[in-house]
Design a protein around this ligand. Structure first.
Ligand code: FES
Length: 111
């Protein structure tokens, strides 16, 4: 078991997370507020952008393989290195109002 340091850039909080635990479960144990809902990798409520580092998250079914390269579902993600995460951040394909392919294009911003 290896412990890694996970930093949340939005709040500056850091926690130690073992490579056998998920980021979310470590947040809950440490009393750090981390949004979540399903805890099974489907709802995306616990999404965070990976600014630095690597995770393993084979059960992050809510993400495509491409999305999972830059984003973590913290309920599924186990660190493989020290991490910097930006919580509450979603891949553009989700943040723009829908996945490409739902209606052929992402929803346009109104600004
Ligand atoms: S809590 Fe639903 S995907 Fe993580």
């Amino acid at each position: 078991m290896t412990e890694y340091t996970v930093e949340f850039v939005d709040t500056g909080e850091t926690i130690e997370v073992s490579d056998t635990e998920t980021v979310l479960s470590s947040c809950i144990e440490a009393g750090i507020a981390q949004e979540y809902s399903c805890r099974v990798g489907m709802c995306l409520a616990c999404s965070a952008e990976i600014l630095e580092g690597e995770v393993t998250q084979p059960a992050a079914r809510g993400f495509t393989d491409e999305e999972a390269e830059g984003y973590a579902l913290t309920c599924m993600a186990r660190p493989q290195s020290d991490l910097k995460l930006d919580r509450g951040t979603y891949p553009p394909s989700i943040d723009d109002g829908g996945r490409a392919g739902d209606d052929g294009h992402a929803a346009a911003d109104d600004d």
